[in-house]
Design a protein around this ligand. Sequence first.
Ligand code: FE2
Length: 271
Amino acid sequence: MEIDRRDFMKLAGLGGIVFASGLGGRILGATRPKQEDFYFVQLSDTHIGFEGPKVNPDAKGTLKKAVAAVNSLDQKPDFIVFTGDLTHTTDDANERRSRMTQFQDIAGQLNVKTVHYMAGEHDAALDRGDAYQEFFGKLNYTFDHKGVHFIVLDNVSDPGAIVGETQLKLYPQWDWATVDAKGVIDSLMPYKSVTVFYGHIHQEHHYMTGHIAHHAAKSLMFPLPAPGSAPKRAPIPWDAAAPYKGLGYREIEADVKTARYEISELAIPGD
Ligand SMILES: [Fe+2]
């Protein structure tokens, strides 16, 4: 899809945030004059419907644990964002919807007013986002929060995975690249502070494209190896000695005035 140029104009040269689900949607945000700090929580790659006891024997319980952990945070986050792959891919359209229902049943337990969803390729690539839209609404949209303007972009429902390239060309051999992000990055470059939060690669990862920082989030279902560190992009097996190792979620504190975002990585509490 094409980014609405006018949305970028709203950035007005101030700080901004981009969320992405790897090959998935993105949210772009920028500070506006009325500034108030806040924090939000990012959950990613929950892959409901995935089964693999050697990878995650608690496949049905991990997201529930994360939800409980988020609900027990001392201070409530202003909102929660799921950066894609809510469900694990399936060829069966009914099963896809069943997984989305299961996801909603669990995510619906989150004790916050606002939850923002975006699609990942597992959710939306096989049916151009039809089921996703039935359950979660639009694949791309905008919202404002405390002086920050967010734009959610979608590039998973297009078979060509349009939107993205330079910022996500992490390891093309494993499909960890986006076909056409150049337009996105080109549009972001003029703004002095832009931060990208994304999922998809199932591990914490940080890098820069010019002055734009990119922060990949952990999965809540299975971790993947560091780019190129293993022969295959296969899930890392469960370690009984360290349950939920490599899984987790994050808090992001937004210092709106300075456009700084402080990330705290949080683990899944064990049984
Ligand atoms: Fe994923």
